[in-house]
Design a protein around this ligand. Sequence first.
Ligand SMILES: *Cc1c(COP(=O)(O)O)cnc(C)c1O
Length: 373
Amino acid sequence: MERRVKVPLLDLQPQYLPIRAELLSALARVCDSQQFIMGPEVEALEAELAGAIGVTHAVGVSSGTDALLVALQVLDIGPGDEVIVPALSFVATASAVARVGAAPVFVDVDPVTLTVEAGAVAAACTPRTRAVIPVHLFGLCADMDPLLSLARSRGLAVIEDAAQAIGATCGDRQAGASDTVGCFSFFPTKNLGAFGEAGLLTTGDGALASRMRRVRNQGSDTKYRHTELGGNFRLDALQAAVLRVKLPHLASWIECRRANAAAYGELIRDTGRLADAVTLPVEPEGRRHTFHQYVIRLADRDRVRTELAVRGVGTEIYYPVPLHRQPCFTTGVPVDCPVAEAAARQALALPIFPGLTRDQQAYVVSSLAEVLT
Ligand SMILES: *Cc1c(COP(=O)(O)O)cnc(C)c1O
């Protein structure tokens, strides 16, 4: 059977083409300077991102994964410590914890928002708990205020995994701007994507920011003097230059995603039998969703996904295996996270990228209706 892609899960061309000339000249600027590591492009990007996110310090790093790793290291989290992480996330949220020698403790997510809640975190705290990593999954912030007050009362660090949520808000604060540390990813498919690997750390704490800068650069403030162990977690100038061109467009791209999400909501609600068969993503009061992914939940997901593929509709599963079930994290101690497990069976991400047309969305929804009847 012919399988022509009619609606891809993600098409980056519509955001690239209108700014292509600007991007290429930014790349040429870096090439002409022959300065590829750190330097003025990275410094300018850090200042621009700190302003955009609303934080005092922004430290560019090599990836979102490395941002998490450096965050844990500068908070001195290591062997003997426990860090609470949601069972439904990308692997890096928990692997960073294990890589510094600490133990990731998996908690279930909220059945409505799929983000981690203060109650679940409180129940998982032990005397060894040092930090919690709320993940702003799919572009929706976890409910931060209860998490922050719990963290304050127990003396826990809060490391926000905002890899999917740049520009999202919770109350009057943006993702990554709430307390100890924020971690961002500029992987090309994220809402703000580089032309390769890149990430960012944010913090309001000057001492932590200095340590982040040191750890990203081999533990060194002064050339060839290494005050602590670090790594090569630097951001390169070509990526910074690309991100500087894209950043001014981020707000409008997020608006496109939000408008697409609203259109899906209407199309699905208007298709009687669909409204009952699928659970739509929610945007709780006071939290602004950036729809990095538009994830619906439905029974019989795998069959639906295959039949949508036959109709040329690209979808993805975030995430098919919850973290506590991953072989790299199994400890032999059973962990019960029924909501994350149900989501792993039911979640299906539909195309939501900026540039997706209403006709394409109508096709996605009519295909879904066809497949479900
Ligand atoms: C993408 C992502 C990361 C890792 O970012 P990279 O830049 O790919 O290393 C971490 N956490 C979450 C939730 C992500 O979506």
